[in-house]
Design a protein around this ligand. Sequence first.
Ligand SMILES: [Ca+2]
Length: 315
Amino acid sequence: MFGNIFKKTYSIALAMSIVCCVSPLAFLTSSVNGDNSPQVTQEDLKGLANRIAVMVNEARTEHGLTPLYVTPYLCDCSNVRVREAVFKFSHERPTNENFDSVMDTSLAPYLSAAENLAASEDPCTAEEAFAQWQNSDEGHWDAILDPEMTHMGVAVTYEHKDRNSEAFKEDPFEWYWELLLIQVQKDPNCALLVDDPDNPGKKKRVYTADMELNGQYLPRLYEIIPESTGDLSGDGVVDSFDYITILQYIEYQDALAKMKAGKEYNEELLKRPRTFNALQMEAADCFKDGVININDAKVLQKYVLGEVKALPYEF
Ligand SMILES: [Ca+2]
C-alpha cells in the first residue's frame, strides 16, 4: 500500500528489573488500615503514573530528544499489562503472547514497541521506581532515550500482601510499574514525492509527519485549570505570561503544519512541542470562533494592555 514503511516490526522483551527500594521516606503510608496496608486510591496511582511520564520527558529533553505524547488508550493498555505483571512478572503475557499484543493496532498503529517493568517494596516513590530503569544496564534506559519513540502509556498498581503471609515472605514486592513505549506509524496524508537518488529520473514518497493518536497530550506535573478566558497558566490572572504562552503555542502549531505539508519549518520549534489541555484550548480561544490563531493572541495582548475591556472579545 505505502511500501514497507508500514511493515510491523518491534523490539521486544527488554529485561525486567526487580530492585528493592529501601528508602526511609514513607510514601502513602501516613494513613494505614487495620491490617497495615496503605490506603491507595486510583487517583494516587494515576498521579504516580503521571509523575513517571513527566520524568521520561525530562530525561529525553535533557538528552536533546523530543518528548513523548501520552494517550488515554496507551495508558489503558499499560494498566492491563501492569495488572498482568503482578501475577506474571514477565514481558510475556499470561496468554504467552508478547507484551505488545495488548495493543489493538488500529488504535495504536506502531512500527516498534518496548516495555519497561519494575517491581518494588513498599514504600516506594515514583522517583525510586524510575531510578531502577535509569541505573539498569538491561535496556530500560535505552528504551526511554530511544530517539525513534513517539508515544507512551504508563500505569502503576499496588497489590497489598499480608506481612505475616508466606506470599509476602517469598515475594515482598507490592508496587508494580509499567511503561509502554511506541514509535507510531507515519501519517499517510503527510507525504511528499521527491527525487529518488537511487533511481535517477524516478520519484519516491517521503513521509513528513507521525500519525496523531486520539487524545494525545504532553504530560505535566499538575493539570492547568484556567480560571477565565486568556488565563492559560491557570494562576487566575491574565498577563503577559499568558500572551507569551499563546504565541509559543501558535508558533509551534504553525511549524507543525508546515512540516506536515512538506514546507520549510523551524526544526528547533518542533523539539519543544507546545500543547494545551481541553480547558486551555477553551481559554485560548479569545475570539470564541472555534480556532486558535494569531487573532486570539492579539486580542489577549490588547486585554493585557487595557485596550480591550473583557475576554472573550465580543464584536
Ligand atoms: Ca495566567
